[in-house]
Design a protein around this ligand. Structure first.
Ligand code: PEP
Length: 251
């Protein structure tokens, strides 16, 4: 039985004041979340504040990216051991915004997967097709390529120590959500693709959906057999909306 996970990706948003307000709201409502595991991924500078506020609560936290290196002359980068030092459990890797704006390749993302595991972090490994790729009918080819890169570099057992987030790029921050049928179809494909390497890993792996998930559409997405939670962007910035998605996993 896979426990649903709902993780918030705050992206590059917030101030110390707004982060404190958001955390207070999350702490006040978290007791109503009975089923899902919950995590938030703030901008790195807010991680110490998040740790101070969330330590001892059921809410975990994580980074939004990490370096492939453990330390050294890499200005601006953050190493996996630094994230674990501040209590992070998770780290997002391969988000489409990093692939697009920072030129992250499948190979680099696979190296980041290994770096995360080496530091004891659970990678939230993002994959997904662009609108153009979907319209060209190559969605499965794209997600298979993204998954295979990690399997080839890390091995399927290590892949199984992470969490996959299927995030169709055309649905991120656009208000366009994949229909439950579209999402389930790709999630089932992803699981079956991993099963070709190891059926047990495929069965145990959580595959989250991400892309304009909101309290109003979460329940119908989460009801699908291969959708094991959500990676939430915009809606994770409002405690009420994020908790609404988390409680949708209760039903
Ligand atoms: C994301 O950035 O991972 C995401 C899913 O964003 P949004 O929910 O805003 O579409």
């Amino acid at each position: 039985m896979r426990q649903p996970l709902v993780a918030g990706n705050w992206k590059m948003n917030g101030s110390l004041a707004s982060v404190r307000e958001l955390l207070a709201g999350l702490k006040a409502g978290i007791d109503d979340v009975k089923v899902a595991e919950v995590a938030v991924c703030p901008p790195a500078v807010f991680i110490p504040e998040v740790q101070a506020q969330l330590e001892g609560t059921p809410i975990a936290w994580g980074g939004q990216d990490l370096s492939v290196h453990e330390s050294g002359a890499y200005t601006g980068e953050i190493a996996g051991p630094m994230l674990t030092d501040f209590g992070c459990k998770y780290v997002i890797i391969g988000h489409s915004e990093r692939r697009t704006y920072h030129g992250e390749t499948d190979q680099l993302v696979a190296e980041k997967f290994t770096a995360a595991r080496k530091a004891g972090l659970v990678p939230l490994f993002c994959i997904g097709e662009t609108q153009e790729e979907r319209e060209s009918g190559i969605t499965e080819e794209v997600v298979a390529r993204q998954i295979d890169a990690v399997i080839e570099h890390c091995g399927v057992d290590m892949l199984g120590e992470g969490v996959i987030a299927y995030e169709p790029v055309w649905a991120i921050g656009t208000g366009l959500t994949a229909t439950p049928e579209q999402a389930q179809e790709v999630h089932a494909f992803i699981r079956q693709r991993i099963a070709q390497s190891n059926a047990e890993v495929a069965e145990g792996l959580r595959i989250l959906y991400g892309g304009s998930m909101k309290p109003g559409n979460a329940a119908e997405l989460l009801a699908n057999p291969d959708i094991d939670g959500g990676l939430i962007g915009g809606a994770s910035l409002k405690a009420e909306d994020f908790l609404g998605i988390c409680t949708a996993a209760n039903d």
